[in-house]
Design a protein around this ligand. Sequence first.
Ligand SMILES: Cc1cc2nc3c(=O)[nH]c(=O)nc-3n(C[C@H](O)[C@H](O)[C@H](O)COP(=O)(O)OP(=O)(O)OC[C@H]3O[C@@H](n4cnc5c(N)ncnc54)[C@H](O)[C@@H]3O)c2cc1C
Length: 383
Amino acid sequence: MNRALVVGAGIAGLSAALRLHRAGWRVTVLERSPRLRDGGYVVAFGGLGYDAAERMGILPALRERVLPSGELVFVRPDGRVRYRIPTSTVESLRGRRDLNLLRGDLESVLHDSVRAHADIRFGTTVTAIEQDDRRVRATLSDGSAEEADLLVGADGLHSTVRELVFGPERRFRLDLNHIASVFMLRECPSAVAGRSTASLTATGRTLAVLRLDDERSAAFFGYRTDDPDRQLALGPRKALPAEYGDMGWLAPDVLAQLPDAEPVYFDTVSQMRVDRWSRGRVVLLGDAAWCVTLFAGYGSSLAVGGADLLGAALERDSVEVALREWEARLRPEAERKQQLGRRVKGLYAPADPFRLWLRDLPLRLAAVRPVTRFLQRRLQLTG
Ligand SMILES: Cc1cc2nc3c(=O)[nH]c(=O)nc-3n(C[C@H](O)[C@H](O)[C@H](O)COP(=O)(O)OP(=O)(O)OC[C@H]3O[C@@H](n4cnc5c(N)ncnc54)[C@H](O)[C@@H]3O)c2cc1C
């Protein structure tokens, strides 16, 4: 029986584990965190990932976790409403084959589906990787060693597997000069009513408060920076008050919840440009390989869809041929989404009032049918 070692139990790693198990492989997963992460942020899950989830039989479980769509409310600094996009327009923009999910819920469904079939080791990572043309050997952080026919690096944007086998992160990372941060709120500010997302965009920064369902709400921060590494070094608890302390509106309420928030997602918005996603028997998957970014809104879909296509390719061919054909099939779609991410990056935190006005023009008219279709085309939504 073929053996796979998967590094990372995020969306990409758990999908790969499930799909390779279905392809008849014995799978071990290494996850650095002590346990499965929960919460996270909201992802729109459609396209290639939705089709793959249907084939993998996890769609019914995902449907049970779907967050209802809500209206989008865009406000002025004093909290007065500038304009709204009603729920019905949000739904028709996104189309029927698209689910609104918390990242943690998507991971938990994948974990439930695969945990009986794979050896998942939390609190463990990889410290060295060697390979020849038949096997790959990994040294683990607990001092043990594992051999496999294939090692899947699904360990995200700052991948250790990529660093060990492909080279330093700097060589591949294209910064889009923004920081994104999300955390779940203990208490949703009462100004955000019903199932809605309220957001304030000022020059170079956006704050959004999302009321997800009756119990859960989250805060999203997205801002421009010329020096993402400096922001990363500061970390969320210093950087967010410095960037948003003078914003007004709901910023003081939300920032007051930051000290106790756990976990806090805080990272650069960066793409990975890796010329080939495999080296011998080591393959990168998900954000480790391509990271299309939240601007493209498609990374979780590509992670699940990419894992499904990888499993299908390995069912048909030898590892060498499968990796080549898999990449030839997937790369055009990943690069199209990367281009989208670069093209729309200004929408989240427009650089000046004129660009903000330009951004808002089609959004204000989003409910008008031809404008809905224009937005679907521009944002590559399936509709
Ligand atoms: C704010 C935000 C909004 C987004 N919105 C959308 C959206 O609407 N639609 C969409 O499709 N996508 C969206 N995305 C993108 C999507 O969430 C990612 O593309 C997806 O989570 C990538 O999954 P991954 O498994 O490749 O990486 P990750 O989610 O980064 O998971 C990597 C896993 O590997 C583990 N790990 C890391 N290093 C190691 C190591 N050395 N050893 C072992 N384990 C390790 C981590 O703990 C983690 O569990 C969004 C992203 C953000 C930040």
